[in-house]
Write a protein that binds this ligand. Structure first.
Ligand SMILES: Nc1ncnc2c1ncn2[C@@H]1O[C@H](COP(=O)(O)OS(=O)(=O)O)[C@@H](OP(=O)(O)O)[C@H]1O
Length: 387
């Protein structure tokens, strides 16, 4: 079809004077350049639903077929694996998960905001100042803390551009090099902050040193949530993919009658926040880390977003006008203040119904985490109120 259009155009052109031909040619050329730019810009800003699996083998069974993911080696959508401290856990049933969240359908209509970003990106393109940069701020954790919600709330801000998928650069793809990483980033103009989120970074031993080597100025954001609820959420995610796994209760204990918690199970281990934080503080000053309460991100999203925007040195653009609490979902959803369109909520993989857990097991976990939580409150100077 394109070919026949071109032929028709040339046929028409051959019958008009040279000056007119030149004029028509210029118009056509500008149209083609504009279309080419639009395609390139659109592709780079569309969130990629990309999955990674060990050894580069892609496990299609893990892919949620409600969306059509773009599959690319090494980068994946919302939090798959457990990102353990030790590479091999005997009972680590959370390993090698690949979860595709439903951002594709649920956040689709946020394209209005996306378009305004594209427009500002276009002006950057036209004056040649738009480039891909390494992230200046990273959401490093925690898995199931509310990291996707935070990233999507931040993406509303015109001074933030973030990669939609989880790059897993500093834990799984480090050997690909910084240029590979930079290339995943969206283009930004002067003054915009580049961001990514990979929740496994917080608990992966090598990551603090690697991020520090990239830039010791990187701002680090951690969304933390009650470690007991977080563990149950983590288990719920795994069970949604592997329904035959043992019960939460049996996985929790190394020896149930002795009340011995299995701290090597990643669902338990990730919640020992104080331990993980110690490794970060060996590389970064405390002021370079911001801890966002996963609970408050639900109950007071605008309040938490004010803290995050201040931390990033940004204007408070994302405010209570951007949120609408959806009682059916039990979560705040994003709305465009200037329009009457329906608010947009995260997909079905966020806010799954948790199984009922034996209250005595929940109590054992609370007792187990108490000293870690206390230490974490001391280290961060903030009581998150989990105990
Ligand atoms: N606004 C909004 N909408 C939906 N869900 C929200 C929101 N804010 C926080 N949360 C909580 O985010 C939890 C998932 O956390 P993550 O996005 O960090 O998960 S992941 O690690 O990327 O898989 C998810 O956990 P579960 O409820 O256990 O599914 C939610 O409780």
């Amino acid at each position: 079809m394109e070919y026949s259009l071109i032929c028709q155009n040339f046929y028409a052109i051959s019958f008009i004077p040279v000056r007119n031909k030149l004029f028509v040619f210029c118009i056509m050329l500008s149209l083609w350049v504009y279309m080419l730019y639009y395609c390139v810009g659109y592709c780079s800003s569309v969130p990629s639903f990309i999955i990674d699996s060990p050894g580069g083998k892609i496990d299609n069974a893990e892919v949620d077929h409600r969306i059509q993911p773009r599959i690319q080696n090494g980068v994946q959508s919302d939090s798959g694996g457990p990102e353990p401290l030790m590479k091999t856990f005997s009972r680590d049933l959370l390993n090698n998960e690949n979860e595709i969240d439903s951002r594709a359908d649920d956040w689709d209509e946020m394209k209005g905001e996306q378009r305004s970003l594209e427009e500002s990106a276009m002006s950057g393109y036209l004056n040649g100042s738009e480039t891909k940069k390494l992230p200046q701020a990273i959401i490093i954790g925690v898995k199931k803390g509310g990291t996707r919600a935070l990233l999507e709330f931040l993406r509303v801000h015109p001074d933030i551009r973030a990669v939609g998928a989880e790059p897993h650069f500093f834990d799984r793809n480090y050997d690909k090099g910084l240029e590979w990483y930079r290339d995943l980033m969206p283009k930004t103009v002067e003054g915009q902050i580049t961001m990514e989120k990979t929740p496994s970074y917080f608990v992966t031993r090598e990551v603090p040193a690697r991020i520090h080597a990239m830039s010791s100025d990187t701002k680090l954001i951690v969304v933390v949530r009650d470690p007991v609820t977080r563990a149950i959420s983590d288990y719920t995610q795994t069970r949604s993919k592997k329904p035959d796994i043992p019960s939460f209760e049996s996985l929790t204990f190394r020896n149930r009658s002795a009340g011995l918690i299995d701290a090597s199970w990643s669902a338990v281990q990730i919640g020992m926040y104080a331990r993980h934080l110690e490794r970060w503080l060996a590389f970064f000053p405390a002021a370079q880390l911001l801890f966002v309460s996963g609970e408050r991100l639900i109950s007071d999203p605008a309040g938490e977003m004010a803290r995050v925007q201040d931390f990033l040195g940004l204007r408070r653009v994302v405010t209570d006008k951007h949120f609408h609490f959806n009682p059916a979902k039990g979560f705040p959803c994003l709305k465009r203040p200037e329009s009457n369109s329906k608010p947009h909520c995260l997909g079905k993989t966020k806010g799954r119904t948790h199984p009922n857990i034996d209250p005595s097991v929940v109590q054992s976990l609370r007792d187990f985490y108490r000293p870690f939580n206390k230490k974490f409150y001391r280290m961060t100077g903030h009581d998150f109120g989990w105990d």
